[in-house]
Design a protein around this ligand. Sequence first.
Ligand SMILES: [Zn+2]
Length: 248
Amino acid sequence: MSPELEHLVTLQSLDSSITDARARILLHPQRLADADARLTASQETVAAAKQRLKANHEARGALEKDAAVFQGRVTKFKDQLAAVKTNREFTAMQHEIETAQKALEVAEEKVIERMVEGDAIAADVKLAEAALARERKEVEAEKATLAEELVTLEAALAKASDARATLVTGLEPGLVKLVEQVARKRGVAICHATRDGLCSVCHVRLRPQVFQLVRANDAIIQCDTCNRILYYVPPPPPVEPPATHGTP
Ligand SMILES: [Zn+2]
């Protein structure tokens, strides 16, 4: 391969590294925000479960007050029962007691329902808190990894940018301009031709004369279709089959 073409292949590799590092650096804030959003979602799950537990306790408290009122009535009517004078009063008072007793039983049942429900919600709160603790650890670890990645990416970007600057000073300005022109339009400006004569990026078949020139690897040849600068990677030499030791 001509040194010029070799430099262009290196240039493309550096440009791809630079593009890749920049794209990943740009994603960094979003990845941090995604991690934070996961943590916020876990915090909200805990808060919602705690809110449900609070509502449950309040409802249970109100029912317990109701039950105390009905219990008070039952006790009061029972006390009054001893003081009644007539059968009619007795029957009426018994009816009052029965009514208050029923209301008391209903309220007590509801208190028990709320207690059962409260146990389930308390279990939910514990689970949500455990999940939050796990998420918090994971997010912390992820942020530490992301911070390390960012440092690595920025270093890689700086290194590739320096290498590119050095490489470009040794290249003919017109050629650099051409590469940058194609890169602006196409992203990748330099690519190989496949062994069956296709441009490896746009996949259009090269004209036989063009392919022949590309195979020579000693001139700047562009794809007729996408304008990318082409080079050729010859197939590796055939591997000798390992010598077999004589089995007759
Ligand atoms: Zn092409």
